[in-house]
Ligand binder design. Structure first.
Ligand SMILES: *Cc1c(COP(=O)(O)O)cnc(C)c1O
Length: 857
């Protein structure tokens, strides 16, 4: 019988244990082993039954058991100590509080469509969400005053199962927020605080705000499944990355616009600082900039100045290496939503539409492009690895005609991962035991041979592999049961995989470019590697395909069909339902992490970083982070068939290279044992990976980079523009509009050089003069630049250095001569050109306005 109403009845904790509630609701337990031990110790059996979920554990303990625990002095003392430790973690100064920058922001808002903080708050689909979770946790560890903003999805992302013949099936769990580690934000009367958004047709979208506490960092999650909403509005936050395009648009409006409104509520109700900087993780939250402009206009700032204030204080991180990955909406539908949410008419809808317009060559005039809006509404943008920064500059280059791709204002900050989450307990414990007092907790000084010998290190690695093998057997058995196998058919599962065999992991979304099945390109050769009599290889594979992606599901089915074969099923397994929980055992247990994307399609990739933190080696195409940090002592580079146009041929060549590496390098090194059975050369690579890659791949390094290169400069620039009643912003906006209006008259009329003869030599000095028309502008409004460097056979400047010219003479009205000298430092083909770009101290780069006048144009 269906209940007409349901409640969640909360446990009342006896007073001596009251602080357990705070400990359970702050997600720091998920990366703090001591707190987990405390919960596990309350009732080890129940702890496992509830899936290591502190909130569920407290709900599951009987009143009698709680009374017993409350009477146990030892337990009470442990609770008090853990609670004091959490309070100290939250309140004491940390890294950020020791920084001396004058403009360190008091608060930074971090928007993301998904957050993977802990397995018990499954609000993520994959890498983007887990990265966002790692960003929050590392910010907390560093003391960076972040506030996360996202959506609370009733079903999160789907859970994956398999049919008998290996086809993916999707289950949608329903999460009751009362069972999640979140608390409802309430107003001063105790009612749920709500944000509202006007919708087309006079409808209203309401959302409540749930708060998850991630160490020091609050995470606000908007939930539209609330009383007062119609059915359509209630379903806006039903699930992640599914539904129609308009449904996605509604989610993104709620995230961006509703997210800013939720932050304002939060600040008001908790006396928190308003964020000085807004960071959007991918373009989905781009409407946050539109809402901030609207707010400022409502406060009386004119629209142009408002845009400048918003741009300088917005940071945009792109994760997409291909145009197909970008969100694009129907422009007319966006217009109807913008009009509806702007009830008091503070926005000019055409100007909002222009922010997402594809005006570049090849653009679609009927489309509203979220990445373009992200770039136009942010003063600072970055990709997530060095290579991805370059790919992004090329991809978005058409937005800056007249500039070379290297000048496109998109930098890069390479992703990182949160070590306390991703380093296995066994590794941390050994490191803690061996660490010298002066070693930093994140360093890997403990892995020196005089502190941990080879035998011990090998035991550690074998222990991690053994734990993975056990977990994989459990999962394979459960998967086969769900696929309809009888218990009598499953005896072989007890011997699936071996704790002593070289273990290769491959887990990632089953998107075509990631080439899940590249390893099957030559099935006979692959089978021979798996079944090698002396040097066998075993492979653990996992990954979900998007529910609408039949191509991805086909790849999974092909892989499963191969793995089901009786001769290899003990050496290759597919584990359904890849998630953070599986990952925590999978990453440390793998000796080698395999990654075979089509090169330049992987923006960064972070799973390999998590493997490296546990001493696993890398076997990958040079893409994402591996392109910049690959090293023969960290693993192996799979050579790519760059320049081979036929995808089938490219895959064949790259797969052959992969097999060669496995056969001739990876397996022989792994099985090269000394008299103690220890693979000494392999362990040298493990040590090197832990010691040198370990520190670089950490998210604390990434967050510190964001503070130094993004948050602090943005806050500084924002303060300059906002001061004195936003006079800086108004002045900048007026200057830009003057420069735009005058630009058609700006020209380089003539360029002359002297000082070198017919046979220039290194050390000669070249004098460059340029006659320039500035129309109505003054010399201080522009920078006249000479770009010089080596030229290729097409007379293109292959790389260039920029040097500013200074005024040497004023001619008749509006014309000037500029000059400078360049010393010739290199031999070979040298060339230069001269151009004029706008100059203002508040611009983040010379490309800011997209205006340039180059000699000869
Ligand atoms: C780290 C992580 C990812 C992302 O890994 P990639 O290498 O970027 O594919 C995906 N899913 C889970 C559960 C993770 O922990």
């Amino acid at each position: 019988m269906r209940a007409i109403r349901r409640f969640t009845v909360r446990t009342v904790l006896p007073e001596p244990l009251a602080e357990l509630d705070v400990l359970a609701r702050n997600l720091r337990w998920s990366w703090h082993a001591g707190t987990r031990d405390l919960f596990a110790g309350l009732d080890p059996q129940v702890w496992e039954q509830v899936g290591q979920d502190p909130v569920a554990l407290l709900g599951a303990l009987s009143r009698a058991r709680l009374a017993e625990l409350a009477a146990d002095d030892d337990v009470v003392a442990k609770v008090r100590a853990a609670s004091a430790d959490l309070a100290a973690y939250r309140e004491r100064p940390r890294w950020y509080q020791r920084q001396t920058g004058e403009h360190l922001p008091d608060a930074v808002a971090y928007f993301s469509p998904e957050f993977g903080v802990a397995p018990t708050l499954p609000q993520y689909s994959g890498g983007l969400g887990v990265l966002a979770g790692d960003h929050l946790k590392s910010a907390s560890d560093l003391g960076v005053p972040l506030v996360g903003v996202g959506l609370l999805y009733r079903s999160g992302y789907f859970r994956q199962g398999l049919t008998r013949d290996g086809w993916q099936v999707e289950h949608l769990p329903v999460h009751d927020p009362d069972g999640l580690p979140v608390a409802l934000l309430r107003d001063r009367t105790g009612e749920p605080a709500a944000v509202t958004l006007g919708m087309p047709g006079g409808r209203t979208l309401r959302a409540h705000v749930w708060v998850a506490q991630v160490g020091r960092v609050p995470l606000l999650l908007l939930d539209s499944d609330v009383p007062g909403n119609d059915d359509e509005a209630r379903s806006v936050t039903d699930r992640l990355y599914a539904g129609s395009s308009e449904h996605r648009l509604q989610q993104e409006l709620l995230l961006g616009v509703g997210g800013v409104r939720a932050l304002r509520l939060w600040s008001r109700l908790t006396d928190a600082q308003d964020p000085a900087v807004f960071h959007t993780n991918e373009g989905h939250a781009g409407f946050l900039g539109v809402e901030r402009v609207r707010e400022l206009v409502e406060e009386g700032v004119d629209a142009d100045a408002a845009l400048e204030l918003v741009r300088t204080t917005t940071v945009f991180t792109t994760h997409t290496p291909v145009p197909a990955g970008i969100d694009r909406f129907d422009r007319a539908i966006v217009a109807s939503y913008v009009e509806a949410l702007d009830e008091k008419d503070h926005l000019d809808t055409d100007r909002v539409l222009a922010l997402g317009a594809e005006e570049h060559a090849g653009g679609d005039p009927l489309v509203f492009n979220m990445a373009l809006m992200g770039l136009r509404l942010s003063g600072r943008a970055n990709g997530v690895s060095r290579l991805h920064g370059k790919v992004s500059r090329e991809m978005f280059g058409p937005l800056w005609p007249g500039f070379d791709p290297v000048e496109v204002p998109i930098g890069s900050i390479t992703n990182g991962v949160h070590a306390p989450t991703w380093v296995a307990r066994e590794v941390t414990d050994l490191a803690t035991r061996r660490m010298k007092p002066h070693d930093s907790a994140t360093g890997a000084g403990w892995v020196r041979r005089d502190l941990v010998d080879d035998v011990e290190l090998w035991e550690l690695r074998t222990g991690l592999r053994t734990r993975l093998v056990q977990d994989a057997r459990r999962r394979v058995r459960a998967s086969w049961q769900a696929r309809g196998a009888a218990e009598s058919e499953l005896g072989w599962v007890d011997d699936a995989l071996s704790p002593d065999v070289l273990t290769i992991g491959f887990a990632r979304r089953a998107a075509t470019y990631k080439r899940l099945t590249l390893m099957l390109a030559d099935p006979e050769r692959f089978r021979a590697l798996l079944l090698h009599p002396e040097r066998p290889v075993q492979v653990v594979v996992a990954g979900k395909a998007h529910p609408d992606d039949d191509g991805g599901k086909r790849l999974i089915a092909d892989l499963v069909a191969f793995a089901d074969a009786h001769d290899v099923r003990h050496r290759i397994v597919f584990l359904p339902d890849y998630d953070m929980r599986m990952a925590a055992t999978l990453y440390p247990g793998c000796d080698v992490w395999l990654n075979t994307p089509v090169r330049t399609r992987e923006a960064c990739g972070t799973s390999g970083m998590k493997v490296a933190l546990n001493g696993g080696l890398h076997l990958s195409v040079r893409d994402g982070w591996w392109d910049e940090w690959h090293d023969v002592r960290h693993g192996w580079v799979i050579p790519t068939a760059d320049g081979v146009d036929d995808p089938a041929e490219r895959d064949r060549v790259e797969a052959a290279a992969l097999y060669d590496l496995l056969e001739h390098q990876v397996a022989p090194t792994f099985y090269d044992r000394d008299e103690r059975g220890v693979p000494v050369p392999w362990l040298a690579m493990v040590r090197h990976t832990l010691a040198t890659l370990g520190p670089k791949v950490q998210a604390t390094r990434m967050v510190a980079d964001y503070v130094a290169h993004m948050y602090e400069p943005a806050a500084r620039a924002g303060a300059t523009l906002a001061g004195d009643d936003a006079s800086g912003a108004r002045e900048l906006a007026a200057w830009k509009s003057r420069v735009r209006a005058a630009w058609s008259d700006v020209r380089v009329d003539h360029v002359d050089s002297s000082g070198v003869g017919d046979a220039p030599q290194v050390g000669d000095t070249l004098a460059v003069h340029a006659w320039v028309s500035l129309g109505g502008l003054r010399p201080q409004d522009v920078e006249v630049q000479v770009l010089h460097g080596t030229v290729d056979d097409d007379e293109q400047l292959a790389d260039h250095t920029v040097r500013a010219l200074t005024v040497t003479e004023e001619l008749e009205a509006g014309r000037w001569v500029f000059g400078t000298q360049i010393e010739l430092t290199g031999t070979g083909h040298f060339g230069y050109t001269v151009r004029v770009v706008p100059r203002h101290e508040a611009l983040t780069s010379a490309t800011d306005l997209g205006l340039v006048a180059t000699a000869g144009d």
